[in-house]
Ligand binder design. Structure first.
Ligand SMILES: Nc1nc2c(ncn2[C@@H]2O[C@H](COP(=O)(O)OP(=O)(O)O)[C@@H](O)[C@H]2O)c(=O)[nH]1
Ligand SMILES: [Mg+2]
Length: 291
């Protein structure tokens, strides 16, 4: 199955909200409800509905086209791939997010992607909390034939990160992905630890981290907004990755996020396999969202 087919299949639950045979321009309210249910967000929904009213489509087909263009125009500025700057060696990517969002899996997928592009990739297993997290990353390291810098479970994550940057420099790694423990935005101690990790990264390399990616699980819908806010208070988020767009009916959340935070969306995930992560493009997304 191609990526686009997978994305379409994954977004089916969201797309089902927009069954246009039932909706014509006289039942804009139905469309409004569908957009709200898909978690597009009140602000964007109002603007989109107003745009449709202004353009006065003749039929459902025309309305769908306006809607599609609205979605594309709103997201295009944020569909930006993660660019590795070659003068940063290693280019340090810090991955953050709540438990189960898909950080470790996404690191593995990104690692294999950049490896295939010819970069020497390495991983720092900074999730020393969860049993199994280190092994999970080691697996990805074996698959990608990449270094995985680890410490003993329960060890000091910040110390590991410090060592990992030095080892990555020594090994001349091009990109270092730092995994972190999932932390709830309401756990002050864990958020404090993230600050410490950031300080330690800067000690090892004052220009790092070169990217801090917040991994979000699409199935949480509107709560993603709360997560971006909470993590932004602790550390400067430079980009987003949205996982689990497969099997959610809240696929419109990317529109709400872009509207509010104007952050780049580097990639989206539609499954658990290596090939289930791809760069984000507004057209593909709009097509999948509308079925
Ligand atoms: N369906 C689906 N599952 C995913 C996706 N990304 C990650 N997962 C799964 O979500 C679960 C948690 O992922 P993990 O990487 O361990 O999350 P972490 O706690 O943030 O490191 C795992 O079972 C992954 O296989 C995705 O895009 N789609
Ligand atoms: Mg993890």
């Amino acid at each position: 199955m191609s990526w686009l087919e997978k994305l379409k299949l994954g977004m089916k639950k969201t797309a089902r909200l927009f069954s246009f045979s039932k909706i014509d321009f006289e039942s804009l309210e139905e469309l409004e409800d569908a957009l709200l249910m898909a978690d597009v967000g009140v602000l964007s929904v109002d603007e989109i509905i107003n745009e449709i009213k202004t353009q006065k489509p003749k039929d459902a087909e025309e309305m769908k086209l306006i809607l599609k263009n609205e979605i594309i125009n709103r997201l295009k500025p944020y569909a930006v791939p993660l660019e590795i700057e070659n003068d940063k060696k290693p280019f340090v990517v810090l991955m953050v997010g709540v438990n189960g969002a898909g950080k470790t899996t996404t690191i593995g997928k990104l690692g294999s992607y950049y490896k295939s592009k010819g970069y020497q990739v390495s991983f720092a297993a900074g999730d020393t909390f969860r049993a199994g997290a280190v092994d999970q990353l080691k697996e990805w390291g074996i698959r990608n034939k990449s270094h995985v810098y680890t410490t003993t479970p329960g060890g000091d994550a910040a110390a590991l990160v410090y060592d990992a940057i030095h080892l990555a420099k020594k090994n001349k790694d091009d990109v270092l992905f730092i995994d972190t423990a999932g932390r709830l935005q309401n756990r002050a101690d864990l958020m404090e630890e993230l600050k410490k990790i950031n300080r330690v990264i800067k000690k090892a390399d004052p220009t790092a981290p070169h990217a801090t990616l917040l991994v979000l699980d699409a199935t949480v819908g509107q709560n993603a907004l709360v997560q971006v806010e909470a993590f932004s208070k602790i550390t400067e988020i430079t980009g987003l990755i949205m996982t689990k767009l497969d099997g959610t009916a809240k696929g419109g959340i990317l529109l709400a996020l872009s509207k509010k935070f104007k952050l780049p969306i580097h990639a989206i995930g539609v499954g658990e396999q290596i090939e289930d992560l791809s760069s984000f493009t507004a057209e593909e997304y709009a097509n999948s969202l509308l079925g």
